[in-house]
Design a protein around this ligand. Structure first.
Ligand SMILES: Nc1ncnc2c1ncn2[C@@H]1O[C@H](COP(=O)(O)OP(=O)(O)OP(=O)(O)O)[C@@H](O)[C@H]1O
Ligand SMILES: [Mg+2]
Length: 510
């Protein structure tokens, strides 16, 4: 019995255990395309591979041709059939695993190369179904293989090794977040918190299983670093930082000694800062701090809410999708808010692991949109600090990081390379592609070359959540609020219609 379905060609040239060149037969009826799975035989057994690249050519029309007339005469001198027999299709295949290991649910990388002249087959659909759509617990469907009608599932348990979703703008990142979050909540009763920088996510069709809310933080739960972030003291304002720290420490002390309560915590903090003025030689420095605190009051009054729940699980409810709408925040505000929740989730999951009664009770995935802004490569942010802590330690405590970005090369490389899983949709910019390759061991040069040509929603998926590298068409997630381009032309023309109505109305009034 052959390893595969239909014979499509033969191995040519030199092969290694993991890579071969294949010349495709003219008789094959199959629509060959990069991303399809092929099989061949080796002395150790059948191996499955992915077709990474495809080139065509003709011996009669080599690239050295310089005279267009000679091309014309070659084509007219021989009939169409002969012309066809002179053309060839060649491809490069990356061999991934022995089929018998895959049947048992594991991966065994090929150790011996296939021999030249060995027949190459298309993979059997039932083999691909066994590999990519297992019925095991914890696997959820996010799309189909691009090249054949087979459901594509990922192993959610492995998402705790973190995930990056990368693409040009409009490539389909938010759609991927939508389908992933929806299925995790619906099918697995999971817990997810999504930091929505543009207020673009609706409830994803989850109804009361989704909470879309403005972030609220009880001030007593802030860290000094967060209040410093919010106060926007310049990096080198050492004296002002000391004043702020004094006032903050005094307030925490008062709170711990029950001299003040949650309701008057912030007022006492402002008072303590004012008290610093009495003692200070340089009053202007303290005035600078007081101005910053006035700004915090004005900008974050709604966020720093003494009535906000103290318990994290009352803000990020287990078993639900919590979407924090950060569309009204600038980068600094968003950084303080996102890092606050990352910090508390990690700290509370650690506490839970130790005590099993205090802390955050369930594993959680955190989705960070616009990761190049919050976790940038060239600056230190608080979110970078806590995201990299989660990237390193989160796995042990059940906190997963899902980074989303359209500028991979501007995302902190330490954090990006800790994301073991990647969903890479269309990327065009060569520097971005190179950067992603550096951060992902499994992304071969040939697969990376497919990235600029992908359609919206088409992705190369690699990492431990996926059995094997795959080219996947992600399912369309219908209930996303927005994301596609705005229909500018209609909006303009509507504005004119509205204006006419308005003018009519005005005429009727006067
Ligand atoms: N899997 C898909 N199948 C079909 N169409 C898709 C798919 N994914 C995305 N699209 C199309 O592309 C549009 C943009 O997708 P999406 O908003 O997910 O992109 P994005 O990468 O998040 O963009 P941005 O960087 O602007 O946030 C969608 O509105 C949809 O029309
Ligand atoms: Mg988006």
């Amino acid at each position: 019995m052959s390893c595969g379905e239909e014979s499509v060609g033969w191995i040519v040239g030199e092969s290694s255990p993991t890579r071969s060149l294949v010349i495709f037969s003219h008789d094959s009826k199959l629509n060959l395309s990069a991303g399809m799975y092929l099989v061949t035989e080796t002395s150790r057994g059948c191996v499955l591979g992915i077709l990474e690249s495809l080139v065509s050519g003709s011996r009669l029309l080599p690239s050295s041709v310089t005279d267009p007339n000679s091309v014309n005469s070659v084509i007219s001198a021989i009939n169409q059939n002969e012309m066809l027999s002179e053309t060839y299709l060649k491809g490069s295949v990356m061999w991934l695993s022995y089929l018998d290991a895959l049947e048992k649910g594991s991966i065994d990388s090929p150790k011996v190369p296939p021999l030249p002249g060995t027949i190459v087959y298309s993979a059997k659909k039932e083999d691909l179904e066994n590999i990519f759509s297992p019925n095991d617990k914890g696997w959820i469907k996010i799309g189909k293989l691009s090249t054949v009608d087979v459901d594509y599932k990922i192993n959610i348990n492995k998402l705790q090794r973190h995930l990056a979703i990368l693409a040009v703008t409009g490539g389909g990142k938010s759609n991927t977040v939508c389908i992933l979050s929806r299925n995790i909540i619906k099918e697995l009763n999971g817990t997810i918190v999504l930091f929505d920088m543009h207020g673009e996510y609706g409830d994803l069709g989850l109804g009361d299983k989704a909470n879309i809310r403005k972030p609220v933080i009880n001030p007593v739960k802030l860290s000094f670093e967060e209040i410093k972030d919010l106060s926007r003291l310049p990096e080198n304002a050492i004296n002002q930082e000391r004043i702020l720290r004094h006032a903050w420490s005094a307030t925490i002390k008062d709170f711990n000694n029950n001299k003040i309560n949650v309701a008057n915590f912030m007022d006492k903090f402002y008072e303590n800062a004012q008290a610093e003025r009495e003692l200070a030689k340089n009053k202007r420095e303290v005035d600078g701090v007081l101005n910053k605190l006035d700004d915090i009051k004005a900008m974050y009054d709604e966020v720093l809410d003494p009535n906000a729940p103290l318990e994290l699980k009352d803000i990020i409810e287990p078993g639900k999708l919590t979407i924090f709408d950060l569309s009204e925040f600038d980068e600094i505000g968003a950084d303080a808010v996102v890092s606050h929740f990352l910090r508390r989730l990690l700290q509370e999951r650690k506490l839970w692991k130790k005590t099993r009664s205090n802390g955050y009770p369930v594993p959680v995935f955190t989705v960070i949109e616009e990761a190049h802004i919050l976790i940038p490569s060239k600056r230190n942010t608080l979110t970078s600090y806590w995201a990299s802590r989660i990237a390193r330690e989160g796995r042990k405590f059940g906190v997963g990081l899902i980074l989303v970005s359209q500028r991979p090369k501007n995302v902190n490389s330490d954090v990006l390379s800790q994301t073991n899983n990647k969903i890479i949709l269309k990327i065009v910019e060569p520097q971005d592609i190179e950067y992603v390759q550096d951060a992902s061991e499994e992304l071969s040069q040939d697969l990376a070359e497919l990235l600029p040509g992908l359609n919206p929603g088409e992705a190369i998926i690699i990492g431990s959540m996926a059995k094997l590298p795959a080219l996947v068409k992600i399912e369309l997630c219908n209930s996303k609020k927005s994301g596609g381009d705005i229909d500018i032309v209609s909006e303009w023309s509507n504005m004119n219609e509205n204006k006419e109505f308005l003018e009519e109305d005005l005429k009727s009034v006067f």
